[in-house]
Design a protein around this ligand. Structure first.
Ligand SMILES: O=C(CO)[C@H](O)[C@H](O)COP(=O)(O)O
Length: 265
């Protein structure tokens, strides 16, 4: 099913198992983390986030009238506006109470890949600005190691004139021989991000992805790179909707990441 940007109420559509899993994750995360005292809320991108907004809208006008909602890009901006929520930006609200966002894959330690929708620069800014950063996804995104199911690689936003140089660095120096420039599907030429930049997808072998922080810093040091779609040590929790109606939660504790399963009620 195509992503619903908010124009059609999602609840009127018959959902596939995967869409139900996304909705379950989103609803559970909103119920646990978007509390009456939260006034500035970051809204991520992707096909799971419309369910986040749907659940927030269901909290009612009384709670939402005093809240500001900060988007991570064009899609979430449209969602916020179409849902009659108050639209703000991160330059007005550099401290966000809670940001909820989707993920392309999440590992054992709550590191994740983001940028499948080329929004990871703004997504990372809103994740970093947030006191609490929460991920929502269906069960396919729940992995032990990054690159398990999401094999297209780490999304890397680059300034256009530097893309060929960065590709060379990735292929010949950093160990991603199959790094490629992401091409558009319904337009000739490359994908252009909401910030006017290009996106490279760089797959790395398992041994590198088992501990993604070092490669994230190396990629980020390449001149021309704007942001890397590896979010390391940022999320407090991730919610995955499962096919059987349960929700798997990975939650950061003081010393490690704990996993629990919430059974359907
Ligand atoms: O990082 C993202 C966009 O840049 C999305 O959050 C990510 O691709 C997950 O999307 P979906 O909820 O459709 O699976």
């Amino acid at each position: 099913m195509p992503a619903n940007t908010g124009a059609i109420p999602i609840t009127t559509i018959k959902l596939t198992a995967i869409e139900q899993s996304k909705r379950l994750a989103a609803y559970t995360a909103v119920d646990k983390h978007i509390l009456p005292e939260h006034k500035v809320i970051g809204i991520g991108s992707g096909s799971t986030v419309p369910y986040v907004v749907e659940r927030i809208v269901a909290q009612g006008r009384e709670l939402n009238k005093d809240r500001m909602f900060i988007p991570t890009g064009f899609q979430s901006k449209e969602l916020i506006v179409m849902s009659n929520l108050n639209l703000g930006d991160v330059d007005q609200f550099p401290t966000i109470d809670v940001t909820i966002d989707g993920a392309d894959e999440v590992d054992l330690n709550l590191n994740c890949i983001k940028g499948g929708g080329a929004c990871h620069l703004r997504e990372k800014v809103l994740a970093e600005a947030a006191n609490t950063f929460i991920l929502v996804a269906d069960y396919r995104k729940n992995a032990d190691y990054l690159g398990t199911n999401f094999t297209s690689g780490v999304p890397i936003e680059v300034v256009p004139f530097a893309y060929a140089k960065v590709l060379q660095n990735l292929r010949h120096v950093l160990g991603s021989p199959n790094a490629t420039l992401r091409m558009a599907k319904a337009k000739a030429g490359p994908v252009v991000s909401d910030n006017g930049n290009f996106v490279i997808d760089a797959p790395f072998p398992r041994e590198i992805m088992m501990d993604p922080f070092p490669i994230m810093t190396k990629i980020k040091m390449l001149t021309g790179v704007v942001e890397v779609g590896l979010f390391c040590h940022m999320a407090q929790a991730a919610y995955f909707g499962n096919e059987d109606g349960s929700v798997t939660v990975k939650r950061k504790t003081e010393f490690s990441v704990m996993e629990e399963i919430i059974q359907p009620s």
